[in-house]
Design a protein around this ligand. Sequence first.
Ligand code: BGC
Length: 821
Amino acid sequence: MKFGYFDDAKKEYVITSPRTPLPWINYLGSKDFFSLISNTCGGYSFYKDAKLLRLTRYRYNNVPFDSNGHYYYIKEGDTIWNPGWMPTKTELDSYECHHGMGYSTFRSSKNDLSAELTAFVPVDDSCEINKLTLTNNGSAPKTFSVFSYVEFCLWNAMDDMTNFQRNFSTGEVEVHGSAIYHKTEYRERRNHYALYAVNAPIAGFDTDRDSFLGAYGENSAPEVVVTGASKDSMASGWAPVGSHHLSVSLAPGESKTFVFVLAYIENPIDQKWVGRPEDGVINRAPAEALMARYDTTEKADAALAALKEYWDKLLSHFTISSSEEKLDRMVNVWHQYQCMVTFNMSRSASYFESGIGRGMGFRDSCQDLLGFVHLIPDRARERILDIAATQFEDGSAYHQYQPLTKKGNSDIGSGFNDDPLWLIAGAAAYIKETGDYTILDEMTPYDSDPSKATDFMEHLRRSFHYTMEHLGPHGLPLIGRADWNDCLNLNCFSTEPGESFQTFGPSEGPNAESVFIAGMFVRYGKDYAAICRHRGMDDEAAVAEKAIADMEKTVLDAGWDGEWFLRAYDHYKNKVGSKECEEGKIFIEPQGFCVMAEIGLKEGNCLKAMQSVEKYLDTKYGIVLLQPAYHRYHVELGEISSYPPGYKENAGIFCHNNPWISIAETVVGRGSRAWQVYTRTCPAYIEDISEIHRTEPYVYSQMIAGKDARNFGEAKNSWLTGTAAWTFLDVSQYILGIRPDYDGLVIDPCIPSSLDDFTARRDFRGTTYHVTVKNPNHVEKGVISMTVDGKDVDVSGISGGMIPIALADGKKDVNVEVVMG
Ligand code: BGC
């Protein structure tokens, strides 16, 4: 069942019923100011950091699920309704929510009055614009009221939810004309305030929540709205809110538009006040300047048009045109859109991540880069260096850091032994995309301490050596607290009967090893060695190449189980992910990574591993993480077996590593299978089962319940997942096969035999490549000829064709024709 449809021309998903199985959200904002907005107008805003600078309050895990947002109440006679349906839930005569690129539009109507509300964050300003147009579709004049409503958060979202003994006495506001200023803590620790304004005279306002809602009131029926009269309340402590009252009259057929602005305003510390601080006159000048930028419908429209242009340009860097409508839709729009959102948010703020728990993940953000780097390479560069600056001197890394302070999170600490290698993955992707090796020269601190800086190349060296020098009894990398699979905690084991578990120090024990990290080491080690060679560090390259060759051998000796790659060895040196195990015999991760690393490709291990994945892990909704699921808690394996069978890492369909398998299938040349894996979890391809899948049909979720779960096929944790980057990588670079490399652009498709010819447009290092791929014999892989601007290019050296940079140098456009066969 569907709850909407894709509008490809407008790059929108149009939701046609407010009663979606779960709130289906969108993200507004592309740089500093962000809002989450659901299809019923729920959500909240923050500036840079969802924990430390939250503008509006949201109550997670609430009843109903999504019950706070930026709301507009329309009161005509006794009827009160909202353009987004919530929170009054008044039945609407029509309703549509259009989630587009950085904006959401609600179109709804009640009793011949229609509302069109568009919410967006302009490209260059730290505010959310809400443009509300009301139209009288009836034959008689109408007079009615509009009440806006936001609830302010007292900035630090964690403190806001817990420290009531203080917070109930700190709230402060000012009101000037149609502008409401939320200035809690401005007199003391802050030089910023929030502004909520409208570009029209108001009939009244409220800033105190209890006055607006009424004592014991609810936002589904605020007292002020029910009575139709604002109280001009001034919050003093308690809960500051912002509400404007507009009194509107419309002749038949007439429309009126109002522009609301919710903004984050910061003053330089020495310009906080007008005059003496003790006089308490806040400097409103920047707020007034911002209001002036959006005080007419035309100005708001121009900002929206600029936002659309911004997105059209971003998405033009990679586009395709094929015989598959859904493929084109995902590649041209939604994959890349989700990559941008995950780049901006990491794992901090979604409807499943509270914004106060996790900040930026070291591992997560490095992976997010892989799908983002072609969009805005400069921001990827900055991000890589930010991440590297949190690394420890020995090459290990803080697992997370806070976006505002950019400092490592010491509550979580380090000890995830895959982290260092992801830095190499991110750096390699950046260099392949841009050819910019100067990033390696950037002086970059350790542990955010500038006195401990080295160049970035040295960070990569320490990353590689950290893994190389932390090997276990079989010569495989030590796993530490966990590798990519956060829940496989092999250094947890009971020391006393009846005790739950203990871990070895903050990080690692001497025995537990990861075959997955070994796969990463081989795959990204090759990149490290290539970068060393380019830099003239031949001795170091040779050291790396030798370590990689040794590791490949070790994996084949100690990490191969006969039909698939083992997952790990636990603290007791027992195998994990082996046919010898009672449960958890085969895991997905090492199959994906060892095959992507081509370990045992010639010997046939890779193909065998892929066949085993298909045989043992496949389901109709995607590939599960392991089988058989753990049915009892294994203290020696840690959190993984704490989940009920079929959920999360315990045999859920973890979408993130499905594209690893799809890419791995392209390594063994099985295009139809790579395609099958891609389409099974791909949102556009499963839109028809939205009532089962339940999360948004335009983006990936982290997990779909596996076949062992009661709710098989039901997804959770939408939006913020490494799946976004990995899938875009999979489909663009491996299935369609258009892949940046150090010395040029590789074209090496691995497609299902059913896919017809396709064309692609790819911006790469200043040149636009117009690529046509022809597949006259319907093969799955292999390029037999390639021409660039009509000239033949030798395709014998590598599996696909490489267009050396020199061939395109200086040209704005080149035409490439590739023939598969
Ligand atoms: C985390 C990832 C981790 C994955 C598997 C996600 O929630 O963000 O860092 O790799 O779970 O455990």
